[in-house]
Design a protein around this ligand. Structure first.
Ligand code: NAD
Length: 258
């Protein structure tokens, strides 16, 4: 295969959780631009419908857009089984569904801790397991999990122990599955973005005491664009990264270099 063809995703099927907005939606758009048939999964029906129709209006073929709450393990398994039956494959799984809560250690109630873990850690695992089973049976597949620099460093000045712990777990889950499944032809990697200009981050501009510190602590002095995360997701999803598994790729404008 020539170098120019390594990012060609023609004849592949890509499933993106959290695909209705932000990084997930942009990653789906990028995978489609490289030729993949995209399947969007999200628990938010309204934004899912909006995203699918915006993509279709832009001439992008959306294979399916289905409501799925990734915390529901049985529903995740049923969805993976149905999609494999319908599409015959899922070559790529991007786990972008995620939430953040900023309560400190003493203020985090039980239900909030459980919710963050449920979406970010359990949801990622249920999806890896359900889709990974089929990928292993086919002998190929690439899984890209959304970790975070918050799984590597401790953010400041805000507190978010549940989020940071959850992303640390996503990184270690990524490495564990990568090692376990490496000989089955299934690669598992994670992206560790810094502050990215999605709704999750940009709404914090209302709190300059946080937002300005974030920019100040980022050597490049700006937030990343969703497209800059999506491009790296395509790299990890594609044959361009065929010898990469168990990696946590930092995309943070240099934040973790300081
Ligand atoms: P976003 O809020 O724009 O998108 C997240 C999507 O996940 C939403 O569409 C939401 O409906 C969906 N979702 C939430 N709970 C779900 C559930 N239980 N089941 C299915 N879908 C669910 O956020 P984003 O900024 O695009 O973040 C995407 C991922 O990237 C997250 O895992 C986040 O932690 C990670 N990340 C984001 C940043 C950032 O600065 N934006 C930085 C590092 C990592």
């Amino acid at each position: 295969m020539g170098y120019r063809d390594l990012l060609d995703m023609t004849d592949t099927v890509s499933v993106v959780t959290g695909g209705a907005s932000g990084i997930g939606l942009e990653t789906a758009r990028a995978l489609a631009a490289c030729g993949s048939t995209i399947i969007l999964l999200d628990q938010n029906e309204e934004s899912l419908a909006r995203a699918a129709s915006a993509l279709r209006a832009a001439g992008i073929a959306v294979g399916a857009a289905e409501r799925l709450d990734v915390t529901q393990s049985a529903a995740v398994t049923a969805m993976a089984d149905r999609l494999f039956e319908q599409f015959g494959a899922a070559d790529v799984l991007v786990n972008s569904a995620g939430i953040a809560r900023l309560n400190g250690g003493l203020e985090t109630p039980d239900d909030e801790w459980r919710l963050v873990m449920d979406v970010n850690v359990n949801g990622t695992f249920w999806c890896c397991r359900a889709f990974g089973r089929h990928m292993i049976a086919r002998g190929k597949g690439s899984i890209v999990n959304l970790g975070s620099m918050s799984g590597i460093i401790v953010n400041r000045p805000q507190t978010a122990p549940s989020y940071m712990a959850s992303k640390g777990a996503v990184h270690q889950l990524t490495k564990a599955l990568a090692a376990e499944w490496a000989k089955s032809g299934v690669r598992v990697n994670a992206l560790a973005p810094g502050y990215v200009g999605t709704d999750m981050t940009l709404k914090m501009r209302e709190r300059p005491e946080l937002f300005n510190v974030w920019l100040d602590m980022t050597p490049m002095g700006r937030c990343g664009e969703p497209s800059e995360i999506a491009a790296a997701a395509v790299f990890l999803a594609s044959a361009a990264s065929s010898y990469i598994t168990g990696s946590i790729l930092s995309i943070d404008g240099g934040y973790t270099a300081w």
